[in-house]
Design a protein around this ligand. Structure first.
Ligand code: FES
Length: 259
């Protein structure tokens, strides 16, 4: 799923997160060095790193929030994982902020203890973030050869026939993601014409628009379930339920979906 917070297709969130990770782990390391050596300069360095870590974490959160709302498929296992990832990140920033406030007027062991908790949370959050990237493919542009440019549009949430594309917009086996209000429908072009079907894979909510469509069959990018694009019937699991399909009409060079 191509990130909405990206520069020329490169997602921004993964570019920024190494900074808070390095700064916050560095905070704990330098404070422990101070504890073991008594050297004040380590303590001062830890303080600077703590400020840098908190500020860079807040900056890195901005594209992360954009991707949460705009890229992660709704009603999916990825969405739940993204919620946990975000909540742990907010919590660990609060833990480090408390440690920063306490660092010059509280026992050293308390400050270092809080920072150690924050670093453990950082590892858990990083694990979830890695799963979001490498399994849920959030921000990963996985378009297959011939898939064409990533194609997506928002249209008004009207009932009845909705104009969603022009007839020359897609080549065979290309797809376009249509947002109708909060509903996500895929328009795909096959050898036999245009077809429309739900974007949401009924296994764990993967976005079919980010998958592969060949010969009228679409494959989910998350765990490989396959659906017949014209009937919505499952052709291969792990999905067990069919997806909804929608009538498509071509008229005067325009494509309409009946919704
Ligand atoms: S979400 Fe698992 S196969 Fe689609």
């Amino acid at each position: 799923m191509r990130s909405k917070a990206s520069i020329k297709g490169h997602p921004i969130h993964p570019i920024l997160i190494p900074f808070p990770i390095a700064f916050l782990i560095g905070t704990l390391l330098f404070d422990v060095l101070h504890l073991t050596s008594g050297n004040k300069s380590y303590w001062q360095t830890g303080e600077y790193l703590e400020i840098a870590g908190i500020v860079s974490a807040l900056i890195a959160a901005i594209p992360g929030v954009i991707d949460y709302f705009k890229t992660v498929p709704p009603n999916s296992s990825g969405k739940k994982r993204a919620v946990a990832h975000g909540l742990i990140n907010i919590s660990l920033v609060i833990v480090f902020a408390i440690a920063y406030v306490l660092r010059n007027n509280s026992p050293l062991a308390l400050v270092i203890g809080l920072e150690a908790i924050g670093v453990i949370m950082l590892f858990i959050s990083g694990w979830l973030g890695g799963t979001l990237a490498y399994r849920n493919q959030i921000g990963v542009d996985i378009r297959y050869a011939g898939a064409g440019k990533w194609n997506e549009t928002h249209v008004a949430d009207n009932k009845g026939l909705i104009e969603v594309a022009t007839t020359d917009e897609l080549k065979t086996d290309q797809m376009k993601l249509i947002h109708i209000g909060t509903k996500r429908i895929v328009l795909g072009k096959t050898d036999s014409g245009y077809l429309a079907f739900d974007d949401r894979c009924c296994h764990k909510g993967g976005s079919l628009a980010g998958g592969t469509m060949i010969c009228g069959t679409v494959q989910c990018p998350w765990h490989g379930s396959q659906f017949d694009c014209s009937t919505g019937i499952v052709k291969a699991g792990p999905a067990k339920e069919n997806i909804d399909v929608y009538p498509v009409k071509e008229s005067n060079g325009k494509i309409y979906i009946k919704y």
